[in-house]
Structures are given as C-alpha cells and as structure tokens.
Design a protein around this ligand. Structure first.
Ligand code: ATP
Length: 349
C-alpha cells in the first residue's frame, strides 16, 4: 500500500505513554497507509528547555495530517497549540457501553450517546485574577451578594461568544442529523442568564436551520442526574466547555470508567484525537493502564482519515476482547497488563 498519510503520535506524560505504546503496536498490525511520526515521551522532552520543546513538537504537529495524543500533565506541549492554535472548537466524546464494560449501572446496555463540548471558550479562556481588581472596575451591584473580605478573593471569568456558539451548534446539529435527529443542550441557564441562557438561545436559533431536528434543554445539574438515571434518553448532548469536561467524565463513569472513553477535537482544518482521561499518574510505570480509550480514539482518527474499514476492524476487535472478557485490565476487573490487552486485540484482529 502506498504511504500517503502522516500521523504524529504524541505519547504524553505519566502513564499515558504506556497506553500509547500498546495502541501504536495494535495500529501497526493493521497495515495502514500511514507514515507514523513519533514525538518523544514527556520524560525525554523534559530534558529540553521549554522553547526548544515547544518548537520541536509544534513542528511535528504542523507536518502531520492529524495527531494521536496521549494525555499531558504540562510537560509534553502541543495540547494548547492544537486547541487554540488550530481552533479545534468541537470536542467530541462518545459515551458508548459495550458488552463486557464494567459499568456500575444495573441497566447500562445500549447507553450510546455523544457529548459535544465547546472547546475554546467558557472558563477555559484563562481570565483569572484578584477579586479586588474586578470589584474596583465597578461591579457595585454584585457587592450585595459578596461575603465580607471578598476583596481578598480571586476570580475566574467565563466568556461565551455568538460566533463560537454558532459554530459548535452547527457541528452538533449536523452530528445529530447523522444520528437520531435529537439535540439536547444543557447549561446553568437559571443562575447564569448572561452566558448560559444566551448559549442555549443561540443554539436553539441555529437548530432552526435544520428542519426535522428535535431540540431539548435541561439545566446542567438536572442533566448530571439524567445522565445517571436516564442515559438512554440522550443522543447528542451539546455543552459549554466546563460542563462538557465534567459531564463527560461522569458519562465515562456510567459505562465503566475513564479507561473506556475516547475523544476527538475537530476544527475546520485540523483534528486531533486523545483519550478523555488524563495522565493517570497514580498508575504510571505499573504497565496496567487501560489502552481502550486511546484505541477507540484511534478508531475515531481512522474515520477522520476515511480509513473506515480499518476503523471497523479495530472497533470490532476491541469489542471481541471485551465480549470474551478473559484479558482485561484491572480497572475492568481483570489482571492483564496494558501490553497483554494489546496482544489480545491484535489476536482478535
Ligand atoms: P486530567 O485533569 O488531566 O483530565 P484527571 O485528574 O481527570 O486528569 P486522570 O488521569 O484521568 O485524572 O485519572 C483519574 C483516575 O482514573 C486515576 O485514578 C487514574 O488511574 C484512573 N484512570 C484514568 N485513565 C485510566 C486508564 N486508561 N486506565 C485505568 N485507569 C485510568
């Protein structure tokens, strides 16, 4: 097969490189038309100075068609660059139970929905500081609700914009039309009318461009409860950044844990793929991190690259390993290591 696609692999920090190494081995057994460009793991990158490290990793990202990314604890650069530098505005996090996933719910069967998290705005714009600076800027009205000593406090601001919301709303509407034509939206609309109510209003406006699309809305605390009590009612769930981050971990918990939850971040001209979990520092070096989330993120990447047959094969092989249930990592109740799990997937392939 001719090589035409370049994928940059960023192993990341703590236990993430262990999941990545096993995943890359599985991907290697698929005979893909991909040229792999491997970034150094975080522990080796940390020997470079910060500017050198950034330049090296950013250049590898720029040279690639897409990136498979392990999680970072801040040592491995690239996440910020791929997000804000390349404007990957939609973070897609599928929550899908499969037979063999160790869900704590009695009735996890057929949980299958997708969280679309706005990826650039909200609390993640990084506007933080001393409360006194904000108060001195003339927020007299708010003072009646502030506790004594608020001047010594700190603040973090959220910003929601119309173009940012419209963009991710269109993305979510299109995804919903490819699925069951139902879009659920959630935010803290009652307490935060300026940002959250407005977010939902803009999304609702955008749904008018998509005839046949059903729109429903819940306050985010109720949404958290619904994702546990009635997860089958959700199909595509659009959330502002912070709630999307939190509720996707909750969703992962309902299907069996963070080791099972993949993710992809999409912009207009670039996308990258990473597990929804962090670097799992508590199990680093133990060889037991579950690589399923990374492997499922890789199936999303293969679909993005139009390698659908390979994506289906990998997806089915992972499903087979869980169905047989004999080679599972400790988070799923097994005693297999990361590499043994990868061997089982390769066997199923
Ligand atoms: P971040 O803030 O970077 O998202 P986090 O604080 O959510 O990270 P994680 O690194 O996601 O933390 O880990 C949370 C817990 O889940 C840890 O106990 C970790 O060991 C466990 N965990 C996360 N991913 C996996 C995995 N793939 N396999 C097994 N356990 C995992």
């Amino acid at each position: 097969m001719a090589t035409s696609i370049r994928v940059c692999v960023i192993p990341g920090d703590d236990a993430a490189p262990e999941a990545m190494q096993a995943s890359v081995r599985v991907l290697g057994s698929l005979d893909l038309p991909i040229e792999w460009d491997h970034v150094l793991p975080g522990r080796e990158l940390s020997e470079l100075d910060a500017a050198e490290r950034d330049a090296l990793v950013h250049a590898q990202i720029d040279a690639a068609d897409t990136v498979l990314f392990g999680a970072t604890n801040g040592t491995t650069p690239g996440a910020r660059y791929m997000r804000w530098g390349k404007l990957t505005f939609a973070n897609v996090r599928p929550i899908q139970w499969r037979p063999g996933f160790r869900s704590p719910l009695k009735d996890a069967e057929e949980i299958d929905y997708v969280i679309v998290r706005e990826n650039l705005e909200d609390m993640y714009v990084g506007i933080m500081g001393e409360a006194k600076d904000l108060l001195n800027a003339g927020l007299a009205d708010a003072r009646s609700r502030l506790p004594a000593g608020a001047e010594d406090g700190r603040f973090a601001a959220k910003i929601i914009t119309r173009p940012g919301t419209e963009q991710v709303a269109r993305f979510a509407c299109e995804l919903a039309l490819e699925r069951s034509a139902k879009l659920t939206v959630s935010a803290k609309t009652n307490m935060l009318p300026a940002t959250d109510r407005w977010f939902c209003e803009i999304v609702q406006e955008i749904t008018q461009e998509y005839p046949g699309l059903q729109y429903e809305e819940f306050i985010v605390d109720d949404m958290a409860h619904r994702l546990v009590i009635r997860p089958h009612d959700v199909d595509v769930l659009l959330l502002p950044n912070l709630y999307g981050d939190v509720l996707s971990d909750l969703g992962a918990g309902t299907i069996g844990g963070l080791g099972l939850a993949p993710s992809g971040c999409y912009g207009n001209e670039f996308a990258y793929f990473e597990s929804a979990h962090g670097t799992a520092p508590d199990i680093a070096g133990m060889g037991i991190i579950n690589p399923t989330a990374t492997l499922l993120s890789a199936t999303m990447m293969l679909r993005y690259l139009n390698l659908n047959t390979a994506a289906d094969r990998l997806n089915n092989a992972i499903g087979d390993v869980y169905l047989s249930g004999s080679v599972l990592t400790p988070d799923q109740g097994g005693d297999a290591g990361t590499e043994e799990f990868a061997d089982a997937v390769i066997g199923a392939l």
